[in-house]
Design a protein around this ligand. Sequence first.
Ligand code: NAD
Length: 255
Amino acid sequence: MAKRIKSLHTDLFDEAVALFCHATRPVALTGAGISVESGIPDFRSPGGLWSVFRPDEFATLEVFLRDPEKAWKLYRALGEALIDKEPGSAHKALADLERAGRLQAVITQNIDGLHEKAGSRNVLEVHGEHQHLQCLRCHFLRPFEQKDLFEGPVPVCSDCTFPLKPNIVLFGELVREMERIEAILDRADLLLVIGTSAQVYPVASFPYAVKANGGTIYEFNLEETGLTHAGDFFIRGKAGTTVPAFVQAVLQQEG
Ligand code: NAD
């Protein structure tokens, strides 16, 4: 059962910081919640994208192949939601932690590219990224451009004319980077789980894999999740507040 931390200035918070300082191969796992304060809503909340575009109706590989025009209604809405967004203080704090040699990798479900934009270097994007368009036929890749947001014909591959799709993982496609992720998780002795409801598989299983190897789980979220009972520390609050405070305390303690 996770120890609940409701305030940043408590003995329990200091205990979590001190324990982190003993970790040798800490890793972060992030979800939509870390980007909410950057103005990108999580999809599940009321009014979120999934309430307008039902995933089984718009976000599957089958729909893209059968009716790319329909699938592009979702891709354009996604593009609108992601355009010009900047990393928040939690993204930047994780980049600081990596730069200080105290974070092995960021595994993210997000497709917004904000970890790289914040300066993180070892980022594994399980669900791909929305900054490029890909051709499933000839593997051509080009940047997602502003003009692709405008209503009109579906963008096609300049090499083979097949319809393009964002370089994201649709339902019905394989998730990415699993070999590297499994290797990283095998060695991880601590996992910071930030802003994810931990419901989407296979990502939802990652904390349990670390736990099974004897690792420690820290969860940063606004509310408890299905993972909380199995974790070690639950740090309640906005990621933009809790994560930088935690990282600052770790870096101060380690001098
Ligand atoms: P989710 O929507 O299922 O869960 C988000 C979690 O973040 C919730 O538990 C919520 O309580 C928490 N949260 C919300 N605001 C927070 C804040 N300010 N600080 C801390 N926690 C906060 O998200 P998920 O688990 O990542 O799964 C959603 C799927 O949708 C992912 O697979 C992802 O690919 C995709 N998605 C991506 C983005 C993005 O790229 N930014 C945005 C929405 C959805």
